[in-house]
Design a binder for this molecule. Structure first.
Ligand SMILES: Nc1ncnc2c1ncn2[C@@H]1O[C@H](COP(=O)(O)OP(=O)(O)OP(=O)(O)O)[C@@H](O)[C@H]1O
Ligand SMILES: Nc1nc2c(ncn2[C@@H]2O[C@H](COP(=O)(O)O)[C@@H](O)[C@H]2O)c(=O)[nH]1
Length: 184
């Protein structure tokens, strides 16, 4: 079977990557979403193996040592990384594999998957990003401020990616994402 392809969605926390990915998977169930590992504690409603693999710091570090992660990064005081085996298996089966990850990891993917399509999701404004982070009500004030600080650094490198999509109107952003994945 022909080799599949890796599609990386990145951009600042709160921009709507997860919202776009859920909508995309609803419309295109043939896509495979990689489940990340993290040392962050589960939020209310998050399910092990569905939202993330929630690991201790030592378990995560042991995955790094054993080269079991395709990429990883430290983000807002925790580790996040993409387990390698499943992604390679699904790509070899010819599937389109989606990663939803932060910017440092998305840049690093270029080394192992030079053909990956890396899409940067932008907010309409930094004020709207802050509004989305706050109205989501999943993070403490300190965590929101850390994420906004990081967002400013991330937005400064958006032009290093293959494509940028502004997530203002969700439906328009979704259509642009579908076009980038399926027809470009
Ligand atoms: N186009 C949009 N217009 C208005 N609100 C939106 C839009 N897209 C997403 N949102 C809202 O913004 C908030 C953040 O979205 P989401 O959790 O998908 O962001 P994210 O980029 O996945 O964040 P993280 O990287 O932290 O996982 C959610 O409350 C979501 O409903
Ligand atoms: N480099 C990676 N970043 C990842 C991965 N999985 C998720 N993320 C990103 O981390 C931040 C914070 O996520 P949150 O769930 O705590 O809000 C966000 O930008 C995610 O996209 C990963 O495997 N590698």
């Amino acid at each position: 079977m022909a080799s599949g392809k890796l599609i990386v969605l990145t951009g600042p926390s709160g921009v709507g990557k997860g919202t776009l990915v859920r909508a995309l998977l609803n419309r295109h169930p043939q896509l495979y979403l990689s489940i990340s590992a993290t040392t962050r504690s589960p939020r209310q409603g998050e399910v092990e193996g569905n939202d993330y693999y929630f690991l201790s710091k030592s378990a995560f570090e042991s995955m790094i040592e054993q080269d079991q992660l395709l990429e990883w990064a430290e983000y807002a005081g925790n580790y996040y990384g993409t387990p390698r085996a499943k992604v390679e298996e699904k790509i070899n089966q010819g599937l389109l594999v989606l990663l939803e990850i932060e910017v440092i990891g998305a840049k690093a993917i270029k080394n192992s998957f030079p053909d990956a399509l890396r899409i940067f999701i932008l907010p309409p404004s930094i004020e709207e990003l802050e509004y989305r982070l706050r109205s989501r009500k999943t993070d403490s004030e300190a965590a929101i401020l850390r994420r906004l600080d990081r967002a400013k650094e991330e937005l400064a490198v958006s032009d290093e990616f293959d494509k940028c999509i502004i997530n203002d109107d969700l439906e328009i952003a979704l259509t642009q994402l579908e076009k980038a994945i399926f027809s470009d």
